[in-house]
Design a protein. Structure first.
Length: 271
């Protein structure tokens, strides 16, 4: 059974030390950030969970890249059979972002674009996203974002699925959208959207199975079997600690296979 982690990061020390991640460092009980974080630590976390492939995310915010696309590409180059790059770009100048997205997909082999509305404090129906949505459609790659409340010390309203992401899905039905972090406390809104729109999906990053809302588990076992992707949000949560709780969901074999890997392979074109 293939296991794909749909959302993880290989962090730098500077990334982890950012002041907005004070809440995450507290949750992780990370009192001291190491001076070096070798890629082998991330690969070891994947090995411990028997994850076959992980989608490694770049980060770009209003102050510039926090984890650059070239940094992610260098990580992928060290383990191309395990790691897949997910781009991030500058929203300030959308056409610069379009050109960077093209470079990432066509030259670096990345398989998607991720932007974080809470980081930009711009909901996903802001005009600046739309050139990038059009390019995702043309490049045939998904657009990924965080939905739900923001764990870092930023306001959460841009992460509310309805009405913001609902506008995008309605206006651009060809765009594959993957909403990460399950949408809590608006998970029912994400389930409604994933039910309504064929190209809207949910990934479970940042939540262990014991914290999945009952309505999400019911969705995974019912008409949402092909709409939910496994994710960890490593290093905030290790993939192994997520998968250790998987049996408690009592998924059937087909539901388990879809959730752990088949859905991600299909949505991100990893076959």
């Amino acid at each position: 059974m293939t296991i794909v982690d749909a959302w993880c990061q290989h962090p730098t020390p500077e990334f982890l030390r950012h002041r907005m991640f004070a809440s995450l460092r507290r949750w992780m009980r990370l009192d001291v950030v190491p001076e070096e974080i070798p890629l082998q630590l991330t690969l070891g976390a994947l090995d411990a969970a028997r994850v076959d492939r992980a989608l490694l995310s770049a980060w770009w915010g209003p102050t510039g890249p926090l984890l650059s696309n070239d940094f992610v590409a260098a990580c992928v180059a060290q383990a191309p059979e395990r790691l897949v790059g997910i781009a991030s770009v500058d929203l300030t100048y959308p056409m610069d972002g379009v050109r960077e997205l093209r470079r990432c997909v066509r030259q670096l082999g990345f398989k998607g674009l991720r932007l974080l509305p809470w980081l930009w404090q711009l909901p996903p129906d802001d005009r600046r996203y739309y050139p990038l949505y059009a390019e995702c459609i043309e490049l045939d790659v998904p657009f990924c974002l965080q939905v739900g409340h923001a764990g870092p010390l930023m306001a959460s309203e841009p992460g509310r699925p309805i009405p913001y992401l609902d506008h995008v899905a309605a206006e651009l039905p060809e765009l594959r959208i993957v909403g990460g972090h399950i949408g809590y406390p608006w998970t029912q809104e994400m389930i409604a959207m994933a039910t309504k729109y064929p190209n809207v999906y949910i990934d479970t990053s940042a939540y262990k199975p014991s914290r999945y809302p009952p309505e999400l588990v019911a969705f995974m076992k019912g008409h949402g079997e092909k709409k939910v992707l496994f994710g960890s949000n490593h290093p905030m949560i290790s993939p192994a600690s997520c998968l250790a709780e998987l049996d408690a969901l009592a998924l059937s074999d087909s539901q388990r296979a879809a959730f752990l890997g088949d859905n991600a392979v299909r949505v991100f074109g990893l076959g």
